[in-house]
Design a protein around this ligand. Structure first.
Ligand code: MCA
Ligand code: AMP
Length: 446
């Protein structure tokens, strides 16, 4: 997977730049070898995934040693950290980029062995560990390199978090696979994107909508070759604003932690706003719809799929149909004339996408119910111009403020999982079975 580190494309002093610090491939390899020596033989290891050269060295070290890396969200509170460490059995490693080794430890790892374990939300319960093999990651990166004509001539720029597929797999391992220079801007701000002078840019829709609202910074991207959006739906007005300001039509792609990226528009191809392109090489899709309907659940198969949820064989089995197709839980439609896919929505109201982060309503509800003053809680995603959806919590509670509850969730789980709005109600509407009627919460009455 690490062709750039084997000398294929030569070396350069600024091969990898993360939040203002640069390293050559040789320096990165030396630091990664030291990590590999530290973790060799362990079942897994964890690193706090602050955007730094250290997390890049940890990801490379994991691959060299054949030991899966568990990247911990840097904003995770104690409950989330403890859950991830306990569930994965990983020990937390402190990486020092200045420590170098010139020897790669022997590893018996095979391509199908776990390389990464990424924690992601379901609709209920705590996050599950998604096990990704080196083989799945390599298949995905090669398919994307083909789709985007991504090569060692490129400078990839992004500022996405390094504990999810988008930032870590595409944004770091993708650069090391293709040999493109990497500039991680620390934060995904319009100013930092403009300054970085890249040829290829990655962003979630919230990032692109902020770029589109900063015309001067957006104009600085006109020299790029390709702008790629993913992790949530790119609103058509943002697509049009970007095209007007940069002269580039952004390419949208679709994926999931469990499947990696499976659908994408092509560099040089015709892209239409609101569409996510066609299946990548090796991916097959089908739409499972009610008779007569054109939209239905998107299901897929292919070499980029995960190896399973760590330690949860039932949850893994439930993610597949009886005939072996992965159920995405997304509702989609396919244009019969050209095979271009459109994501229409999600099957479950309990899966929220906010700022490109996937957040399960049940996880937030459980956190709120852990607060001594809260007796009932129901969480929904409400349309939001900046975040796509924003988390709104409806709670029954006395003697506590909304800000206190927001801080409580931010501190216990993650800052990015905090409700952006808390509404106090006298009761959560429920059906005869006692199940919350969340659709009612989205009406004006509440
Ligand atoms: C505010 N802050 C608080 C609180 N309120 N901190 C603690 N407690 C509070 N109550 C602070 C934060 O610490 C932070 O401070 C600042 O407010 C801003 O935080 P936040 O509001 O969360 O940031 P944002 O500006 O809303 O973030 C927007 C974003 C972010 C940058 C677009 O959502 C983002 O990085 N999204 C990317 C998600 C992603 O990569 N998803 C990929 C999933 P300070 O600024 O001081 O730190 S992988 C995937 O989906 C698949 C495979 C795919 O298709 O890609
Ligand atoms: P995650 O596991 O965090 O990667 O979230 C995966 C989910 O993000 C998918 O199931 C979709 O709901 C959503 N998603 C990713 N890319 C897109 C896209 N281009 N358009 C719409 N939804 C997307």
């Amino acid at each position: 997977m690490l062709t750039a580190l084997t000398g294929t494309y030569g070396d350069r002093p600024d091969a990898v730049r993360v939040a203002g610090r640069t390293a050559s491939y040789e320096e990165l390899l030396g630091a990664a070898r030291a990590v590999a020596a530290d973790v060799a033989g362990a079942p897994a290891f964890a690193v706090t995934a602050t955007p730094t050269l250290e997390i890049v060295a940890a990801a490379v070290g994991a691959l060299l040693a054949g030991v899966p890396l568990v990247p911990l969200p840097p904003d995770a509170g104690p409950a989330e950290r403890e859950h991830i460490l306990r569930d994965s059995g990983a020990e937390l490693l402190d990486v020092d980029f200045a420590r170098r080794s010139d020897r790669t430890p022997a590893s018996a790892a095979a391509p199908g062995d776990p390389a990464l374990v990424l924690y992601t939300s379901g609709t209920t319960g705590p996050p599950k560990g998604v096990v990704l093999s080196a083989a799945a990651i390599t298949a995905d990166l090669d398919a994307l390199a083909e789709a985007w004509q991504w090569s060692s001539e490129d400078t990839l720029v992004h500022g996405l978090p390094l504990f999810h597929v988008h930032g870590l797999v595409l944004g770091v391992l993708g650069a090391l696979r293709t040999g493109s220079r990497l500039v991680h801007t620390g934060r995904p701000t319009p100013e930092a994107y403009a300054e970085a002078a890249g040829s290829l840019y990655f962003g979630v829709p919230t990032v692109w909508s902020r770029v589109a609202r900063a015309p001067r910074e957006a104009a600085a991207l006109a020299g790029a070759r390709l702008l790629v959006s993913g992790s949530a739906a790119l609103p058509a007005p943002v697509f049009r604003d970007l095209e007007r300001l940069t002269g580039l039509r952004p390419v949208e792609r679709y994926g999931m932690t469990e499947t990696l990226i499976t659908l994408s528009g092509r560099a040089g191809g015709a892209v239409r706003p609101g569409t996510v392109g066609t299946p990548l090489p090796g991916i097959r899709t089908r739409i499972v719809a009610e008779p007569g309907a054109e939209i239905g659940e998107l299901q897929l198969t292919g070499p980029t799929l995960f190896s399973g949820y760590l330690g949860r064989p039932e949850a893994t089995a439930a993610a597949y149909t009886e005939d072996g197709w992965f159920r995405t839980g997304d509702i989609a439609a396919v244009d019969a004339s050209d095979g271009v896919h459109r994501i229409v929505g999600r099957a479950s109201i309990d899966m929220i996408k906010s700022g490109g982060y996937r957040i399960g309503a049940g996880e937030i509800e459980n956190a709120l119910l852990d607060h001594p003053k809260v007796t009932e809680a129901a969480v929904v995603g409400v349309p939001d111009a900046d975040l796509g959806q924003r988390i709104v919590a409806f709670v029954v509670a006395e003697g506590v403020t909304g800000a206190e509850l927001t801080d409580f969730v931010a501190a216990h789980l993650s800052v990015h999982k905090r409700p952006r709005e808390v509404r106090f109600v006298s009761a959560v509407p429920r059906n005869a079975m006692g199940k919350p009627q969340k659709k009612l919460l989205l009406t004006d009455e509440f």
